[in-house]
Design a binder for this molecule. Structure first.
Ligand SMILES: Nc1ncnc2c1ncn2[C@@H]1O[C@H](COP(=O)(O)OP(=O)(O)O)[C@@H](O)[C@H]1O
Ligand SMILES: [Mg+2]
Length: 89
């Protein structure tokens, strides 16, 4: 809960580790069922935590989809994230 701009979405994205690339994590831990999950390997987080134990549902489609990119292209980008970025998240 909090007023607009207070950091709700930012915190939610951090919990599922989908923050924007220009964001740097300075400090802090996230504990889930007694286990720290913010710093575990991405592959383990993807396999066991994200969308299985922690999920995020955006309030409105405009928060989830980019209005200037076709929805199909955004879905393809999501599916091909690794291939497109070479990143492991
Ligand atoms: N812990 C933080 N440190 C630095 N900037 C932050 C932090 N939390 C939020 N922000 C910035 O504040 C702005 C509003 O955050 P946001 O998460 O969109 O708020 P809300 O969802 O509550 O409206 C964004 O530009 C975001 O990058
Ligand atoms: Mg928000």
């Amino acid at each position: 809960m909090g007023e607009s701009g207070s950091g709700k979405s930012t915190l939610a994205k951090l919990l599922v580790r989908v923050w924007e690339r220009n964001v740097s994590l300075v400090d802090g831990d996230v504990y889930l069922d007694g286990k720290e999950v913010l710093h575990i390997p991405e592959e383990e987080f993807r396999r066991e935590i994200r969308w299985k134990k922690i999920a995020m549902v955006p309030q409105a489609s405009m928060n989830a989809l980019n209005p200037v990119i076709r929805i199909g292209d955004q879905m393809i980008e999501h599916c091909c994230y690794r291939e497109l970025t070479g990143m492991k998240r």
